[in-house]
Design a protein around this ligand. Structure first.
Ligand code: 6PG
Length: 250
């Protein structure tokens, strides 16, 4: 049954995400010799990236078997303050020394269509089953106040055929052109972890979780791995409108 793990603040939420990251990395490397992970941008996962950069985690042996991908990217240069890769580099990769993962960034400096095609090719190197993309061990996603996740925005095609798409959307003052994994790829993952904070997301979170089935308007509801699990890590204020029986206070 679906449960939403609710935390009193973002620090304890990110700490839980850190434990999942470590557990899935260990497990994937032990079982399959590599760890395939994709992360998102936005403010919510910043503490997770910082924690992964702390000496005890920076020294973890699994980094060298880790393949680090992105769920989405903004079309800006990699050193731009708005780049999702840039954020991960500054908060995490720059602190790992020699113990680096293999990083597969979306080339935000390209025109969006070209960047999407380029990333589809990068994913293809990891083809699994009959797919042109890997089966991710875990994908970390956020959710916007409009229900978008990765760069799948309300009103976009709920089930595009391609694994990676170019999107244009206006959200806060963030760069409009984006590149995103699509549900075809996301829904092949073993695990998906949503990290959601803030009272301004409470309404949409309850719509997504209550399964209104409106995939057009609530893109986060498009995330539904066929043979995997979704874990929700949410703070108190985002959880305000959830039915109490779904809430697991941590
Ligand atoms: C991005 C994203 C996006 C993000 C949400 C939530 O690059 O903007 O990957 O989907 O996760 O917009 O962002 P916050 O964590 O800042 O609320």
């Amino acid at each position: 049954m679906l449960m939403v793990n609710v935390f009193s603040n973002i620090d304890s939420l990110c700490n839980d995400a850190l434990l999942y990251f470590n557990q899935y990395a260990d497990d994937a490397v032990n079982r399959r010799g590599q760890f395939l992970v994709a992360v998102s941008g936005g403010s919510t996962p910043q503490k997770l990236f910082r924690s992964l950069a702390q000496p005890v985690y920076a020294a973890k042996p699994w980094w060298r078997q880790t393949h680090l991908f992105f769920a989405d990217e903004r079309c800006v240069a990699p050193d731009d303050a708005e780049s999702n890769y840039g954020q991960v580099k500054r908060l995490l990769l720059d602190h790992l020394g020699e113990n680096q993962p293999q990083v597969y960034r979306m080339r935000g400096e390209l025109e969006a269509q070209a960047a999407a095609a380029d990333y589809a090719q990068q994913l293809k190197q990891f083809s699994e089953n009959n797919w042109d993309w890997p089966r991710f061990d875990v994908i970390f996603l956020g959710m916007g106040t409009d229900g978008h996740t990765a760069s799948l925005f309300p009103g976009s095609d709920p089930a595009p055929a391609e694994p990676v798409l170019a999107a244009k959307a206006f959200y806060l003052n963030r760069p409009a052109w984006r590149v995103s994994l699509t549900p075809r790829v996301i829904n092949c993952a073993r695990q998906v972890i949503f990290m959601v904070t803030g009272a301004d997301k409470a309404e949409v979170l309850s719509a997504v979780i209550n399964g209104t089935g409106d995939l057009l308007n609530w893109p986060a509801a498009r995330v539904n791995p066929q043979d995997g699990a979704v874990t929700w890590l949410v703070d108190e204020s985002a959880a305000e409108k959830l039915p109490p029986d779904l809430v697991n206070r941590r």
